[in-house]
Every structure is written in structure tokens, then in C-alpha cells.
Design a protein around this ligand. Structure first.
Ligand SMILES: *Cc1c(COP(=O)(O)O)cnc(C)c1O
Length: 345
């Protein structure tokens, strides 16, 4: 079978959620946008709900509706993009809680769905989503009178603990919200690690659940094993793959494995990436094709059936390092052609 296998360890996700929740006394929610960072909301989210998560966070109303279908009634589903034009029916039918980002969204919400729950997203300096201080002052009393389910903001530099932006945003968020009754939320994974001053009432871990930095103590969640289709001997002077991008300087053994850029293994991963045959490190050779990658397996004594791209030897952040990327991007790029196997749950 030429199908690579993506193994997702649900027990590790659970352990990571518990570890982050135990960092303080705030209620820990879970961010499950982008299909749980590519790992499968249909399997991951119900496990988290069983574990006791009562607030889930998604990016869009459509994601929220599909999550409601998975989870059923009960847990609160918060939508970061708020109430967009055309969202009313889905928000109502799927019992979603939009995080209102502007006065426009607030007006749209109370007009289309009077009495329907909502939260508020504030901009404390990132300038991406949420109401700025002036907008918030204008709306504050009216919004708070309707008991928002959550008042939240997001940190721009939480993965850099010493960055001055963290303290600045904390101060700004406090100035905007101190004294209100509604529950407050500021911290994603990075913010949780900054300490309890950043936790408020509800935390919003995402990447840490899925085993990525900045949660360095996370348990590893994913493994990706790619079948070897063919192994050949290449003599000195022969080339490998498209564009003759690699030319052998000495005789070598080359394995062709069954995954490529259509599986999220972007071309930029060549040529610096390595794969693993058991404990033997093997260099990727030449260009990455749509469905295939070529690898130097000259040092491998006993040829395994698969090579490891993600696993005990190499995590998502190490893979990301070669291409100036981040674990988040590696995870969310993992394609749909893998056979997905879930451990535990
Ligand atoms: C994605 C996101 C999170 C989760 O962030 P992680 O760094 O993955 O923990 C939390 N809050 C908001 C607003 C987000 O967009």
C-alpha cells in the first residue's frame, strides 16, 4: 500500500490539555480551528469534551456549525471572526457564540439575533481583530448590559516571554476590562506559559495541545511514516529527480517514497530535510515531486518498509525550522491523502 500513515496520539493531546490546564486555576478551553490544526476535529474534539472542556474556539461560523454537529448540544462554541453578514441563521441553528469584533458586528448581531449569546473581542495592541479602546468605550456599557459570555483579547508576542509587548498588552487589556463581571480571556498557549497574571478566567490553548512550540514540555502528538516504493542503486554522475537537481558524486542507494507536495510536504523542504530509517538519518535528495520524494538510504543496513518524517526523531517544529516556518504551519498543511490512525482516546 503506497499510502503514508499519519498517526495522531489522542492520549498525548489529552495529557497536553491537562498539563496546560494545571498551570493555573482558570478554566481551560480548547482552540480547535482549522480542523484541530489539521489533526481531525471529529476525533479530537469529542475526546476533549469528554475530558471536560466546556468552551471550544473556532475561526469561522462554518467551522462552528460543523463542530456543533460533531459535539452535539452542550459545550459552548466561540467564533473568533464574530458575526459576519449572512451568519445569523447558522449562529442561531448551531447555537454558536460569535466574538463581536466591532460596533458594526454588534449592531448586526442585536438586530438579527436579539437575545442570542455573544462575546466581545478587544484589540489590546495586535491590530488584527477586535475593538480598539475608543470603540470599546463607546459600546462598553450597552454591551456589558447584555451579559457577554466572554470578553477576550489576543497576545501578539506571547511566544517571546521577554518581549515588552506582553506586559503592554496585559496592561491595556486590564485597563479595558478591570471591574467588569463577564469572564475574561487573554492567553493562548504562549500566554498560559507567561504565568497566571495572563490567565484571567478562561484560557485558549491551541498549538500546545497538538504538541507544538512554545509548549516545549508537550508530549509528541503526530508521527508520519511514508512507505518506500522502490530502492535503486545510482552510480557516480547519475542524477535524481526533476531538473537533475541532485547529481550523485559517488555510488549510492536511493529510496523513492510515497508522499510529496500534494500531501503538504512543500517543495521548500528540499534539500535540507532529513528522514529516518529506524535510527539512521537519511538525507532528502533533489526536488520534491507531487506524490514522491527521493532519499539517500546508502547508510541503511536493513531497509524498513517506511521512512519516518515526523516521529520520535523529528517533531513538527524541527521540520519547520528548515523552511523558516512554524509547527502550526506544518500541522495545518498535512494533506488529506494520509491514512490516519488514532491512538488512545
Ligand atoms: C489560534 C488562536 C488561539 C490559539 O493559539 P495557540 O498559539 O495555538 O495556542 C487563541 N486565540 C486566538 C484568538 C487565536 O486566533
Amino acid at each position: 500500500m503506497a499510502q503514508a500513515q499519519l498517526t495522531i496520539d489522542l492520549d498525548a493531546i489529552r495529557a497536553n490539555w491537562r498539563a496546560l490546564a494545571a498551570r493555573g486555576t482558570a478554566e481551560a478551553g480548547a482552540v480547535v480551528k482549522a480542523n484541530c490544526y489539521g489533526l481531525g476535529a471529529d476525533r479530537v474534539a469529542p475526546m476533549l469534551a469528554r475530558e471536560g472542556v466546556r468552551r471550544f474556539f473556532v475561526a469561522t461560523t462554518e467551522e462552528g456549525a460543523s463542530l456543533r454537529h460533531i459535539l452535539g448540544a452542550g459545550p459552548e462554541i466561540n467564533v473568533f471572526s464574530g458575526h459576519m453578514t449572512g451568519d445569523a441563521a447558522l449562529l442561531r441553528d448551531a447555537h454558536l457564540t460569535p466574538m463581536i469584533n466591532s460596533i458594526d458586528q454588534m449592531l448586526r448581531h442585536v438586530e438579527a439575533l436579539p437575545g442570542h449569546p455573544f462575546g466581545i473581542q478587544l484589540d489590546s495592541g495586535m491590530n488584527r481583530l477586535g475593538m480598539e479602546p475608543a470603540e470599546w468605550s463607546a459600546l462598553r456599557d450597552i454591551a456589558l448590559a447584555q451579559n457577554p459570555r466572554l470578553v477576550m483579547s489576543h497576545l501578539a508576542c506571547a511566544d517571546e516571554p521577554d518581549h515588552g509587548m506582553n506586559a503592554f498588552q496585559l496592561r491595556t487589556f486590564r485597563e479595558m476590562t478591570d471591574g467588569i463581571e463577564a469572564p475574561r480571556s487573554l492567553a493562548a498557549t504562549g500566554g498560559i506559559l507567561l504565568g497566571e497574571a495572563y490567565h484571567f478566567d478562561v484560557t485558549r490553548p491551541g498549538i500546545g495541545l497538538y504538541g507544538g512550540l512554545p509548549f516545549a514540555a508537550a508530549q509528541r502528538v503526530v508521527a508520519l511514516d511514508i512507505p518506500i516504493i522502490q530502492v535503486r542503486d545510482v552510480t557516480a554522475g547519475e542524477s535524481v529527480g526533476y531538473g537533475n537537481a541532485f547529481v550523485a558524486r559517488m555510488p549510492m542507494k536511493v529510496a523513492t517514497i510515497a508522499a510529496g507536495y500534494a500531501d503538504g510536504l512543500i517543495r521548500a523542504l528540499a534539500p535540507k530535510t532529513h528522514l529516518w530509517a529506524g535510527d539512521t538519518r537519511c538525507k532528502l535528495l533533489g526536488r520534491i515531486s507531487m506524490d514522491l520524494i527521493t532519499v539517500d538510504v546508502s547508510a541503511v543496513r536493513e531497509m524498513p518498509a517506511t521512512l519516518e518524517l515526523l516521529g520520535p526523531h523529528q517533531g513538527v517544529d524541527q521540520l519547520a525550522d528548515h523552511i523558516n516556518s512554524i509547527g502550526y504551519e506544518i500541522l495545518t498543511s498535512l494533506g488529506s491523502r494520509y491514512a490516519r490512525r488514532y491512538l488512545g482516546g
